[in-house]
Design a protein around this ligand. Structure first.
Ligand code: PLP
Length: 283
């Protein structure tokens, strides 16, 4: 497995970054995960654009543009032809410096890319749906930035797992349903597909965007906030992410949704997503 680390291609086991890297010491870093389908990177432009956006929002001087990043990504894929269906992990840190909270703008950022092995999503879950639990959203005010500061997400995800749930769903102090620990969440009510609008409270998922586009062609769609009560009373609930695609949630906390069956609209959106994926000629 050949990884890219700041200008060099190197065997993953030998790939190292400094203990003075700000990504390690402060979580001063951003990331993306891009799915590989048949050796092709799915929605690479969108992921790299979001990475560049995250960089700008944390005022990180990234010396690579979108084309440079894509070129490196393609080289990593080319050097690992035995991995055709894993994911490309990309992380950019502000770089290496003596430990100090404030930073210099001329630091050379650390850029790493390597392929994660294929972890086939258990496809029976798309048939059965999954359960989720809700948790207070303990995160910060810039959840639109895809930072590696994921402690609240991993603790919430772990708590969900320990309660026997597949995903944890963040609920704000004012009872609004925000997003999953690593997914966006939608409800369907009276034929309408509803999801939280994009703002600083949540990550603008690439899958969310695709699903919204597909939904708009076929159903009434509304990007608007909804409450925990509306979540419990929804006709259908589903979550979206690069790996989960469109995944039905059939139980939330102790409430059963749609008689514990995958809903019709959820199923249709997943089928549309599958078709969209196949039709796309990604770079
Ligand atoms: N929200 C959060 C907090 C995430 O971490 C993720 C993905 O990991 C998503 C939403 C879904 O994003 P995407 O569809 O781009 O995978």
């Amino acid at each position: 497995n050949i990884a890219y680390v700041s200008g060099e291609f190197i065997e993953l086991d030998d790939a190292k970054v400094s203990i003075q890297d700000r990504g390690f010491q402060f979580g001063d870093s951003i990331y993306e995960v891009i799915k590989l389908y048949d050796g092709k990177l799915f929605k690479a432009d969108e992921h790299f654009s979001r990475l560049l956006n995250s960089a700008e929002m944390i005022r990180l001087n990234l010396e690579y543009n979108l084309e440079d990043l894509k070129k490196i990504a393609l080289e990593v894929v080319d050097k690992n032809t035995d991995n055709q269906s894993g994911s490309l992990y990309i992380q950019v840190t502000r770089g290496i410096a003596p430990r100090n909270h404030s930073f210099d703008f001329d630091l050379k950022s650390t850029v790493i890319m390597y392929l994660l092995p294929a972890q086939p999503f258990p496809s029976e879950l798309w048939e059965s749906g999954v359960n989720a639990v809700t948790l207070p959203d303990t995160r910060w005010s810039y959840c639109n930035i895809k930072t590696t500061n994921l402690l609240p997400n991993i603790l919430a995800n772990q708590a969900a797992k320990e309660e026997g749930a597949f995903e944890g769903v963040f609920i704000s102090d004012d009872n609004i349903v925000i997003e999953g620990t690593s997914s966006n969440i939608f409800i369907v009510k009276d034929g309408r597909v509803i999801t939280h609008p994009i703002n600083k409270k949540l990550l603008s998922g690439i899958t969310r965007e695709i699903v919204l586009e597909l939904a708009e062609e076929n159903f009434d769609v509304e990007e608007k906030i909804f409450t925990l009560e509306e979540l419990y009373n929804a006709d259908e609930v589903f979550i979206t992410s690069t790996t989960k695609e469109v995944l039905a949630v059939v139980e939330i906390d102790d409430k059963v949704i749609n008689q514990a069956k995958v809903g019709k609209i959820t199923k249709e959106l997943h089928n549309l997503y599958r078709e969209y994926k196949q039709d796309l000629n990604n770079f």
